[in-house]
Design a protein around this ligand. Structure first.
Ligand code: NAD
Length: 536
């Protein structure tokens, strides 16, 4: 079944936003301060500065680029607590989530790029094929300025995780951070600037701009060489429209509606914990959240009971110190409203909330409780649109075929999971899933393996982050063909002679015929056509 994607958000790029962003702590509603908005002139100026800085950066060697990344990594490790504090205040998430969901994956990515970047980006020799007198190589040249337009769900990771690959590949980077988490960008910018300037490079090599959709739209049209967009499907379409003006290539990392299939032979406890993690980590504000749990009828009742027992006592509140809460606040009030509208619609259509299911009215801050819905059917809006909130949808499947049909029955295709003790069965199901990744007996972990490409199919986007492809995505893989020997071998082309066509045909057959016997026949035919000297 394929209905529609989430219609929100509206085109904020047409709303003429204010000159500053009022930043608030989403867990308390307390103001944090204001951040200036970059208007279109500021965007143009930033891209211009980035272009100049890139000329110096492009000349740097891999050793120097590694040194800058190593400094960033060191600062992140030295200042982990204060970075987590900035994330917690700006996004409302718990300290544990800030550490494990943001700092850890970024450290993992930076270290992977330090260790593997040169291997995947240095020039590569390739065979010369028919051209025996020539040598071929691919040079992975930087593109120039790369724009990254990113969302709010992982304020730290969306910025650092986006910049590392294009930077290592020799590009300057201009990032448009989300208006919902503008406050923490000033803290993160210091880490980047200090690393660049300490190694003698311009701070303009990586810049972070704050603003609403207009700022992003101006960046899209600013003649950068590539755009990485991480965000909603609706805005992804707008980016593609804008990028058409200068034919700017784009990588699209969009929404998801990830299925998790739990077979009747799965390890129940393992599957229950994975489902809780997949749905409630970061309160489900996770592109790879396990939005749809599809459970085999043979294990369904036991699974629902176990999930209910573990989800009900989850502690939610203001994340002031580590170690006291299981989940924090949601980052935006708008997202709370979207989640609640989808949940209430599902309940009206016959779904049942066995845990949670309504928003609290007596607390300041953006809260929605961990919610478990059963009796969900694929025809409900909530089964098709991205929830991006703490809602576990449980579907019941009669057999593997029905589970696969439910899993593939949306417009999305980011990640997927399968739980079974039978490896062959799990692999067979995984092979049938339309997704950018399948994780067997776990959830969302593909992102943590930096050797694997990360990205989606269908409305979840195209292009890949991470791994070799994620680095090379920010290069011009320039083909270079050069002489193998210092010999001048003139190739006579003109004037065309009367036998040239016959000679070319026999040469073609000599080269490409399958059987040696036929090739020898072509060789003799060729010899019979003469030496190749020009007929008068
Ligand atoms: P969003 O699309 O509203 O905004 C993303 C960014 O685009 C923001 O910086 C925003 O200001 C900017 N923007 C908005 N309108 C624009 C326009 N017309 N031109 C240029 N830029 C514009 O998304 P969001 O609400 O911030 O984030 C949630 C979405 O992001 C979810 O759909 C989620 O699945 C997705 N996401 C995907 C991944 C992934 O890797 N696939 C990762 C994280 C989040």
């Amino acid at each position: 079944m394929s209905l529609s994607v989430n219609p929100h958000p509206p085109d904020v790029a047409t709303l003429h936003p204010p000159a500053v962003i009022d930043c608030i702590n989403p867990a308390t509603g307390a103001p944090l301060g204001q951040m200036p908005v970059a208007d279109s002139k500021a965007v143009t100026a930033a891209v211009e500065r980035a272009r100049k800085a890139q000329q110096q950066w492009a000349k740097s060697g891999f050793r120097q680029r590694r040194a800058v990344l190593q400094r960033m990594l060191q600062t992140i490790l030295d200042e982990t607590d204060s970075l987590c504090e900035a994330i917690v205040q700006d996004a409302g998430k718990t300290w544990e989530n800030a550490l494990l969901g943001e700092i850890m994956p970024v450290c993992n990515k930076i270290r992977w790029v330090i260790r593997n970047g040169e291997k995947h980006l240095r020039s590569e020799k390739v065979p010369s094929g028919l051209l025996l007198h020539k040598k071929g190589r691919i040079e992975y040249r930087p593109l120039g300025v790369v724009a990254c337009i990113v969302p709010w769900n992982y304020p730290f990771q969306n910025i650092f995780g986006s910049l590392v690959a294009p930077l290592m590949a020799g590009n300057a980077v201009v990032i448009k951070a989300s208006e919902a988490v503008a406050w923490s960008t000033q803290r993160f910018a210091r880490v980047i600037e200090d690393a660049l300037t300490a190694e003698g490079f311009s701070a303009d090599t990586v810049q972070i701009l704050n603003g609403y959709g207009d700022t992003g739209a101006a960046l899209v049209r600013s003649r950068v060489q590539k755009i990485l967009f991480i965000g909603s499907v609706a805005n992804g379409r707008r980016i593609i429209e804008g990028s058409a003006e200068h034919l700017t290539p784009v990588v699209m990392e969009l929404g998801g509606k990830d299925p998790m299939i739990i077979c009747d032979d799965a390890h129940l406890e393992q599957a229950v914990h994975a489902a809780l993690g997949g749905c409630f980590i970061n309160l489900g504000q996770n592109c790879v959240a396990s939005e749809r749990i599809i459970v085999h009828r043979g294990i369904y009742d036991a699974f629902v009971a176990a999930v209910r027992a573990r989800a009900e006592p989850l502690r939610q509140g203001v994340p002031t110190v580590p170690g006291t809460l299981d989940v924090g606040a949601m980052t935006t009030a708008q997202q709370v409203a979207i989640v609640d509208a989808l949940v209430q619609d599902a309940i009206a259509q016959g779904a049942r909330a066995v845990v949670g299911g309504c928003r609290p009215t007596d607390t300041p801050g953006n809260y929605y409780p961990p919610t478990v819905l059963v009796d969900v059917t694929p025809a409900m809006r909530i089964a098709q649109e991205e929830v991006f909130g703490p809602v576990m949808l449980i579907f019941r499947a009669e057999d593997d075929a029905e589970a696969i049909a439910i899993a593939n029955g949306t417009d999305f295709g980011l990640q997927s999971s399968v739980f079974s003790r039978d490896r062959t069965r799990a692999e067979t199901i995984a092979a049938a899933l339309e997704a950018g990744a399948s994780c067997i007996n776990d959830f969302g972990l593909c992102y943590l393996n930096q050797d694997l490409p990360f990205g989606g199919v269908k409305y979840s986007g195209f292009g890949r982050m991470n791994g070799r492809d994620g680095l090379r995505a920010y290069t011009n893989p320039k083909a270079v063909l050069t002489d193998r020997w210092p010999l001048a071998i003139p190739a006579r082309l003109y004037p065309v002679g009367t036998k040239d066509y016959d000679k070319a045909r026999e040469t073609l057959r000599l080269l490409f015929r399958r059987r040696w016997r036929d090739r020898v026949r072509s060789l003799f035919a060729l010899m019979g056509l003469g030496t190749g000297k020009k007929e008068a």
